[in-house]
Ligand binder design. Structure first.
Ligand code: SAH
Ligand code: TYD
Length: 413
């Protein structure tokens, strides 16, 4: 039995996806024999309601000098982070010469909006290649993992922060107590922490189990986030649901007692309770739904293969590593995966080794079906792929359910 990373109580796993490779570990044929696998399993802590991976590979296997995810590949996300930066400047940077700290700042997609306005900022980014891209764009970036020791170093060099930001990174860090202790020290008395991560309520509603992979060690709710930060004298005073990445929640946190608690926090806690997110039975239902989804997707692809149809994957997302490995989607079922990220092209997908090819190859000869691995960017993708649809191409969706859809019917889940 594992111990909860937040409250230290024992908890049990409710699903295992079996041996799974590093989600962003796109590789070359000479690396196939040494490929690393770990057991991808998820558990629910009945004491503090935190959903978490039972095992996570060591951090350097995931975040290093060849990290494959560059945030700025999606225009919709670029727009989203511009808005995140602008609301932060408007609402939370009142003092003269404020300081903004962002962890997991990647290629600088959000911090560049602070840099442009000459606002003092520090990005903490352990993956050297994406950190170098940010630096080249003039964004002040420190290449290290954030934890309490890093917080002390930032204070020594820059002083305390007015705003502490993160997106799709808090759910990556198993040592969240060290992170929270660091933030407690780093935030000015009225300073505000804001971070957003895929929301467990959406994963449950949409059976979007592909959010479960090595990097995502936590699947948060308002309750589990508040439980963790309260242990460090910090509390959630506002939340805001976001439509990005299949449904995310932004948590807005301050030192305990410094900000009135918004009614939205109470409403969201009520929603979580009604959804059964605090009950183990709900997770058994989730497992059942995931197994059904796996079987339906595999059967659909096998049938299309029998009919000699060409199927190509769209978007070599890290999420797709869970889907391809768990559903046994091999290169005989999906010919290649189209992706715009140069570092992924010419490589093979983790575990099942489907070739990853440049987007131009998708455009050059449209397949019969495109399996939309990047379903969370559906609006952006469908808008630019009208020609594929007019050519008779159809989309295979698997969130919220497995189905074939004509291009004019696809809706972003
Ligand atoms: N915020 C960006 C990037 C998310 S990917 C976005 O939403 O698009 C997660 C990022 O967190 C990666 O760039 C990874 O290198 C970084 N990361 C992982 N562990 C971290 C840690 N302990 N401290 C700071 N960044 C971390
Ligand atoms: P994303 O879903 O953002 O993240 P994750 O890796 O966390 O699951 O990944 C999007 C991937 O899809 C990325 O490799 C770039 C690719 N992509 C395209 O190939 N074309 C597009 O139009 C978009 C928006 C993304």
């Amino acid at each position: 039995m594992a111990l909860c990373r937040s409250c230290n109580k024992p908890y049990e796993s409710f699903i295992s996806f079996g041996p799974t490779p590093i989600a962003n570990g796109f590789l070359l044929p000479e690396q196939f024999t040494d490929e690393y696998f770990f057991e991808l399993a998820v558990g629910f802590c009945e004491s503090c309601h935190l959903v978490q991976l039972v095992n996570q590979p060591e951090r350097e296997r995931m975040f290093n000098d060849h990290y494959a995810f560059y945030s700025s590949t999606s225009n919709a996300m670029a727009q989203h982070f511009q808005e995140f930066a602008e609301t932060t400047i408007r609402d939370y940077l009142p003092s003269p010469d404020p300081l903004v700290v962002e962890i997991g700042s990647n290629d600088g997609i959000m911090l560049k909006h602070f840099a442009k306005q000459n606002i003092r900022h520090v990005g903490i980014e352990p993956s050297a290649n994406v950190a170098a891209t940010a630096r080249a764009a003039g964004i002040n970036t420190v290449n290290r993992f954030f934890d309490e020791a890093a917080a002390r170093d930032i204070i020594a060099e820059y002083g305390q922060a007015d705003a502490f930001l993160g997106a799709n990174v808090f759910c990556h860090i198993p040592y969240l107590h060290s992170v929270a202790a660091g933030i407690k020290l780093l935030l000015k008395p009225q300073g505000v922490l804001q971070f957003e991560e895929p929301y467990l309520g959406d994963i449950m509603e949409k059976t979007s189990y592909d959010q479960i992979y090595d990097e995502h060690v936590f699947f948060f709710t308002v309750a589990s986030v508040n439980n963790l930060f309260k242990q460090h004298g910090l509390e959630v005073f506002d939340v805001a649901h976001q439509n990005v990445h299949g449904g995310s929640m932004r948590y807005i946190i301050g030192h305990e007692g410094t900000h009135p608690i918004s009614a939205v926090v109470h409403e969201q806690l009520l929603y979580e309770e009604k959804q059964g997110l605090y009950q183990i039975d709900t997770y058994h239902t989730l497992r059942h739904n995931i197994e059904r989804s796996r079987d339906a997707l595999h059967d659909l692809l096998v049938n299309l293969k029998r009919e000699n149809k060409r199927v190509v994957g769209y978007g070599a997302t890290s999420k797709s590593t869970t889907v391809t490995n768990y559903c046994q989607i091999t290169p005989d079922l999906v010919e290649f995966i189209s992706d715009t990220t140069p570092i992924k092209q010419g490589k093979f997908s983790p575990g099942v080794h489907i070739p990853v090819r440049p987007y131009e190859e998708f455009q050059a000869e449209y397949p019969d079906y495109a399996l939309l691995f990047a379903w969370n960017h559906a609006n952006e993708i469908i808008a630019k792929e009208q020609a594929f649809g007019r050519d008779g191409g159809q989309w295979i969706m698997f969130v919220p359910r497995v189905e074939i859809q004509a291009y004019d019917l696809v809706r972003q889940p």
